[in-house]
Write a protein that binds this ligand. Structure first.
Ligand code: ADP
Ligand code: GLC
Length: 480
């Protein structure tokens, strides 16, 4: 199949969260399965500075109609792998910036313009090149206009640009909602300004275009596919999602065994496997050393790696600060984001010296060490479309503590519910729920035999993208 992916992030070039991992691994796996895969991403500075992109070839000059003006740009291509081509939609003014979505303080004010240009650049490239896509698969709000712009371009030109379009919701909390006055830059007829189009409470929603106009809509876990049809999780789009119920499915992400594998992980001071766990103890010692926390013999090390946002339940952790002060344990948090949450975490660390360490930075290598060196991984998310770290944790023999939402519920089996094959501990997404989970973790850790069994079960699970990508191939086949 000829498969085109369109997304705003792509591992290993540009990443703010799991979107990058998911798109990078899915595209690479599909390429390895023999499909011809093209991935479109904005030509951000971070990618252009990457060594792989040094050989990128300029293949097209763009002149994009944006309202009543034309805006130029160009398209560059490089191929990091057999069957895989990365297309960069470039325009310095929009994408040659230090940040991706904002300057660290706030989002860029022209994001609505930047991503219309990006989506139109993709359509223009499909029109001018000979990609002849079977599937055009776009991800999240930044690429959500693609299914609609593509069909409209086909209608205008009388040519086919793609057999079928797929849109994946990685997180419905980010919708790309902007004032209606930016609609004119889409150059779409005003019929699409209506409630059956992009209109959303008097504004314009990019994500709505993906949900309404793609042939198939997916999200990243079966449970989240159900949740987003409810007011509690739908973030105002639940009604819109419901209209596509028939074409909606929830497909779990995988993990990339080339990147997340304790047997071969080059970020670790020692490697290990289910058969020989000695290396995990080395990682644990190194983690405590790097976190400047004293060694600990009997109690467990809890780890957490995430964007510091309400979504991740950071406030539930902070509400349980006492637990870490009172008990024989350590907590290492690696995360950046909301300044308020970061400060509250630092206050917690100050109140629990020698017990809690907060590393407020983006650090790929450290995220691997936290996964490998912790005994438990904490994810008390209020909502979680899929979540990757709970899968990484199981692969690394680090028992996950998760709230019962979205992909966390779909990928972690609670040991109390299924004593024979449980791989983690789950709880309601409340401060009291988390406390109960933390207490259960202490008890489990004290039972060395059971703890080792739970570790081994997690490590034997197959979360690889090889398997996860089959579900997408099946979806593409059935759509075609
Ligand atoms: P989300 O996409 O909602 O942030 P996911 O669990 O899908 O959540 O993916 C988060 C990804 O980002 C994981 O690969 C995680 O390790 C990584 N990550 C989050 N925060 C950091 C950080 N401070 N440093 C390094 N990696 C991080
Ligand atoms: C989003 C979600 C996360 C998911 C990731 C990749 O960022 O918040 O749960 O794992 O996308 O699909």
């Amino acid at each position: 199949m000829k498969i085109v992916h369109v997304a705003s992030e792509l591992f290993p070039y540009v990443k703010t969260g799991g979107l990058a991992d998911a798109v990078g691994s899915l595209a690479a796996t599909l390429a390895d399965h023999g499909h011809e895969v093209s991935v479109f991403v904005p030509g951000y500075r971070a990618i252009l500075d990457h060594k792989d992109a040094a050989a990128a070839e300029r293949v097209l000059r763009l002149n994009i109609e944006m309202g009543d003006v034309f805006v130029t740009g160009d398209v560059r291509v490089f191929s990091p792998r057999t069957n895989l081509r990365v297309y960069l939609i470039c325009r310095e003014e929009y994408f040659d910036r230090r940040g991706i979505y904002g300057n660290g303080e706030r989002d860029y004010e022209d994001n609505h313009v930047r991503y219309i240009f990006f989506c139109k650049g993709v359509i223009e490239t499909l029109r001018m090149s000979e990609i002849n896509a079977d599937i055009v698969h776009s991800h999240d709000w930044q690429a959500a206009l693609v299914p609609l712009l593509l069909r409209y371009a086909e209608r205008r030109s009388g040519t086919t640009l793609a057999m079928k379009t797929v849109f994946t919701i990685h997180n419905i909390a980010f919708q790309g909602v902007f004032p209606m006055r930016s609609f004119f830059r889409t150059n779409l007829p005003s019929e699409f300004m209506s409630i059956d189009g992009l209109e959303y409470y008097g504004q314009m929603s990019y994500m709505k275009a993906g949900i309404l106009f793609a042939d198939r809509v997916t999200t990243v876990s079966p449970r989240y596919a159900k949740e987003i049809q409810t007011p509690e999780f739908g973030c105002g789009l639940d009604g819109v999602v419901q209209t596509r119920m028939e074409d909606l499915s929830g497909l779990i992400n995988g993990i990339d065994p080339e990147v997340w594998n304790p047997v071969s992980d080059q970020h670790l001071p020692a490697r290990y496997s289910a058969g020989n766990m000695a290396g995990k103890a080395v990682c644990r010692t190194e983690l405590l050393k790097r976190a400047e926390l004293p060694a600990l013999n009997n109690g467990p090390v809890f780890g957490m790696v995430c964007r510091l946002t309400e979504q991740k339940g950071v406030q539930l952790l902070i509400a349980n600060g006492d637990f870490f002060v009172k008990n024989d344990c350590r907590l290492v948090v690696l995360g950046t984001g909301d300044r308020r949450l970061e400060k509250a975490l630092r206050d917690l660390a100050a109140s629990a010296p020698g017990k809690v360490c907060v590393l407020a930075r983006l650090d790929e290598a450290m995220s691997h060490l936290v996964e490998a060196g912790s005994d438990f991984f904490v994810m008390p998310s209020l909502f979680e479309p899929c979540g990757l770290n709970q899968m990484y944790s199981q692969a690394y023999g680090t028992v996950p503590l998760v709230s019962q939402v979205g992909g966390l519920a779909d990928t972690v089996t609670d040991i109390a519910e299924k004593p024979q094959d449980g791989t983690g501990i789950s709880f309601p997404a409340t401060a009291a729920g988390l406390l109960r989970g933390l207490e259960r973790a202490l008890a489990l850790y004290a039972d060395k035999k059971l703890y080792a069994e739970v570790q081994a079960r997690g490590m034997s699970r197959d979360f690889s993208w090889g398997k996860a990508a089959l579900a997408y191939e099946h979806l593409y086949d059935s759509a075609l």
